[in-house]
Ligand binder design. Structure first.
Ligand SMILES: Cc1ncc(C[n+]2csc(CCOP(=O)(O)OP(=O)(O)O)c2C)c(N)n1
Ligand SMILES: [Mg+2]
Length: 591
C-alpha cells in the first residue's frame, strides 16, 4: 500500500459518504482507494462543479462532503465552490494532489490559496502520521464545520505504507461518526479570522486550524458575552413579556424544528426562516416562510410589528432583515448562536445566548411560563392562510410578445411538479421567483449556495442535492447567464441518470446588471446577448427540452411530468424582461 491509498481507506473508514471530483494523475490513487473502500465517486466535468456538488451534498445529506482534485489547476478550478463552502461553514474535505517541486508547472502555494478564502489548510506528511492526519482533517471539517484542504504532496503519496490494521479502521468509524451532530453557527468567518494557519512549505509538518472559530459553545471570558445562564434568564423574561414574538430560524436551526415549535407554541411566537433554512416550518399554521427580500407583504408587516424577534442560529444579516428595515426601532432583538461573535454582528442582539439552538430551545420551553397567546390569534391564522404565500399575492400577468411572466411560469411549475422536490437556485435577477413561488416540503427541500453570491453554481448544486436525496425530484432554477457558465455539468446530469428538471429563466442578458445600470442610462451591450437555443443544447446532451414563450407551452412540462421521466427535462423559458425584480433593488443596496 502507498500513502495515497491509505488516505482513501482512512477517509472511507471515517464515514465519508459520496466523493465528487475530476481525476488527474495527482489524485488518481486516492480516488480509487476511496472507491475500493466503498465510497461512491461522482465524476464531475469541471472542478468548480465538483466542489459545489460536494457542498450541496453535505448540506442536504448531513454528511461530510469529499472533493478530489488534481494539483494546481484542479484546485484553482475548484476555488469558487470551495469559497462558497467555506463561507457557509460546510463540512468539506478537499483532497488535492500537491506538486512538491517548485519547478513543476503545477506548483502553486495551495495552502495560501485555501487560507485566503477561509478554508483550513492541512497536509499529509508521511506514512507514519497518515492515519492521524486524515482523521484530524475529518474532525476539523465535521466537528468544527470547516472546509478543509488536505494537501497530498506527490512524493509523500507514493511512499510505501504498511497495511492498515482493520481494528484501527473500525475504531476510527466509531470515533468519527458521532461528530456530525452539532448545528452550525450562523456566521461564516471572514477570510482574515478563518485562516487555518500560516501556510508552511510543502513537505513540512501538517498545518493546524486556528483555535476559536467554530469551537465549542462556551464563550471565552474575554469576549464580554454574558454567560449562557445570564442570557437564558434574560431570554425567559423577554419571551414571557413579549406580546408579539417572532422567531427567525437560520442555518444553525436546521434540524431543530420540533424544539422551536414547542417553544413557539408556549410563547405564542410566529415562525419565519432565513433563505437558507426555507421550508423548516412548512405545514405549521404559524409559518411566515422566508424573512427578508423574499418575504411576502404579510410576513414583512408582521415582522415589522413584532415586539421581540429571536434569531435562532441566524445572524439577521442584511438579506434576512432587508438591511435592518424589518426590525422596527422599538423591537427587542435576541439571538441564540453557537458563535459568540454572531450575537454582535449585523442587527446586534439586546439579549444573547451562546449555545446550540435545539438545546437552548428545550431549556427555555422547560422554564418559560405557559399560556401567553403572544402573537397568535384565530384572525391572524386566517390571514396567514389567505395571504401567507406568494402565490396568493395578486399581480398583473405581463406575459406577451413571445415571453412569459416569470411569476406565471413559476406558479404554473409549482402546480405541475411533484411536491416531493429538492429545489436549488443559482444567483441573478431571476432568483427570487423560484425562491418565492416554488413550495418545498421541508428545509431539506431547498439548497441555497449563495454565501459567495457566485453565478454558475446552480446546476452543480442541484446535482449534489440530487445525489443526497435520490427520493426527491431535483429542480434546478438558473438564469441564462448562470446556466451557460455551469453548462459543463449538463453531461453529468444525463450520465448519472438524474430525473432533474432544469428551469432556465432566459432574458438573454445578465439581467441583474441590466437592471442595475440601465436606469442610469449606461450602455448595456456588454451585458446583453443574442438568443441562444438552450433547448437545442439540452437535446444535444440527451435531455428532453421544452421552450416556453407563453403559458400554453407549459403543456410540454405537464407531458413530461405525466410521462416516464426517463430523461431529465430542461425548461427553456423566455421570460419578460422589462423590469428588474423587487428584491434586486434591496440587493443593490448591499453593493
Ligand atoms: C462568478 C460571477 N460572475 C459575475 C457575477 C456578477 N453577476 C451577478 S448576477 C449576474 C447576471 C446573471 O445573469 P443570469 O444568470 O442570466 O441571471 P439574470 O440576472 O439575468 O436573471 C452577474 C454577471 C457573479 N455574481 N458571479
Ligand atoms: Mg439572464
Amino acid at each position: 500500500m502507498i500513502v495515497a491509498e491509505a488516505v482513501g481507506r482512512v477517509l472511507a473508514a471515517c464515514g465519508a459518504g459520496t466523493a465528487f471530483g475530476v481525476v488527474g494523475s495527482g489524485n488518481f490513487h486516492v480516488t480509487n482507494a476511496l472507491v475500493a473502500a466503498g465510497v461512491p465517486f461522482v465524476a464531475a466535468r469541471h472542478e468548480g462543479g465538483a466542489a459545489t456538488m460536494a457542498d450541496a451534498y453535505a448540506r442536504m445529506s448531513g454528511r461530510a462532503g469529499i472533493v478530489s482534485v488534481h494539483q494546481g489547476p484542479g484546485l484553482t478550478n475548484a476555488m469558487t465552490g470551495i469559497t462558497e463552502a467555506a463561507k457557509s461553514r460546510t463540512p468539506l474535505i478537499v483532497l488535492a494532489g500537491e506538486a512538491t517541486e517548485p519547478q513543476s508547472n503545477f506548483h502553486i502555494d495551495q495552502s495560501a490559496l485555501a487560507v485566503a478564502v477561509g478554508a483550513v489548510a492541512m497536509r499529509v506528511t508521511g506514512a507514519v502520521d497518515v492515519v492521524e492526519q486524515v482523521v484530524r482533517a475529518y474532525q476539523v471539517a465535521v466537528g468544527d464545520r470547516r472546509t478543509v484542504l488536505l494537501n497530498l504532496p506527490l512524493d509523500v503519496q507514493s511512499t510505501p505504507c504498511p497495511d492498515l490494521d482493520p481494528t484501527t479502521l473500525t475504531t476510527l468509524t466509531t470515533r468519527t461518526t458521532r461528530l456530525l451532530t452539532a448545528a452550525p453557527p450562523s456566521t461564516a468567518p471572514s477570510a482574515s479570522t478563518a485562516t487555518g494557519s500560516t501556510p508552511t512549505p510543502a513537505g513540512r509538518s501538517s498545518e493546524e486550524p486556528a483555535g476559536g472559530a467554530g469551537s465549542g459553545p462556551e464563550p471565552s471570558p474575554s469576549t464580554g458575552v454574558p454567560s449562557a445562564e445570564d442570557g437564558l434568564l434574560e431570554l425567559v423574561r423577554a419571551l414571557e413579556t413579549a406580546r408579539r414574538p417572532v422567531f427567525i430560524a437560520g442555518r444553525g436551526a436546521r434540524g431543530a424544528r420540533r424544539e422551536l415549535e414547542e417553544l413557539a407554541e408556549r410563547t405564542g411566537a410566529l415562525l419565519a426562516t432565513s433563505a437558507v433554512a426555507k421550508g423548516l416550518f412548512r405545514g405549521s399554521p404559524w409559518d411566515l416562510d422566508v424573512s427578508g427580500g423574499f418575504a411576502t407583504p404579510l410576513t414583512a408587516e408582521l415582522i415589522r410589528a413584532a415586539d421581540l424577534v429571536v434569531g435562532w442560529g441566524c445572524a439577521l444579516n442584511m438579506w434576512t432583515t432587508r438591511h435592518g428595515s424589518l426590525i422596527s426601532p422599538g423591537t427587542r432583538v435576541a439571538k441564540v448562536d453557537l458563535d459568540p461573535a454572531a450575537l454582535k454582528t449585523h442587527v446586534p442582539a439586546d439579549v444573547g445566548v451562546v449555545g446550540d439552538v435545539a438545546e437552548v430551545a428545550r431549556s427555555l420551553t422547560a422554564r418559560v411560563r405557559a399560556g401567553a397567546p403572544g402573537y397568535r390569534s384565530p384572525e391572524l391564522a386566517g390571514r396567514i392562510e389567505a395571504e401567507g404565500r406568494w402565490r396568493a399575492v395578486p399581480y398583473e400577468d405581463e406575459s406577451g410578445g413571445g415571453r412569459i411572466d416569470p411569476r406565471t411560469l413559476t406558479i404554473a411549475l409549482d402546480g405541475l411538479l411533484p411536491q416531493d422536490r429538492i429545489v436549488s437556485i443559482d444567483s441573478g435577477n431571476f432568483m427570487g421567483y423560484p425562491s418565492m413561488f416554488l413550495d418545498v416540503p421541508d428545509e431539506n427541500g431547498f439548497c441555497f449556495t449563495q454565501a459567495f453570491q457566485s453565478i454558475g453554481l446552480g446546476l452543480a448544486t442541484a446535482i449534489g442535492a440530487a445525489v443526497a436525496r435520490p427520493d426527491r425530484l431535483p429542480v434546478a432554477a438558473l438564469g441564462d447567464g448562470g446556466a451557460l457558465m455551469g453548462l459543463a455539468e449538463l453531461e453529468t446530469v444525463v450520465r448519472l441518470g438524474l430525473p432533474m428538471v432544469i428551469v432556465v429563466y432566459d432574458d438573454e442578458a445578465y439581467g441583474a446588471e441590466v437592471h442595475h445600470f440601465g436606469p442610469h442610462g449606461h450602455p448595456l451591450d456588454t451585458v446583453r446577448f443574442p438568443p441562444a437555443d438552450l433547448a437545442a443544447i439540452a437535446r444535444g446532451h440527451g435531455l428532453a427540452a421544452v421552450t416556453v414563450t407563453g403559458p400554453d407551452d407549459l403543456a410540454g412540462v405537464a407531458e413530461w411530468t405525466g410521462g416516464e421521466r426517463d430523461r431529465p427535462l430542461l425548461v427553456h423559458a423566455k421570460v419578460t424582461r422589462e423590469r428588474g425584480s423587487w428584491w434586486l433593488e434591496e440587493a443593490f443596496k448591499g453593493h
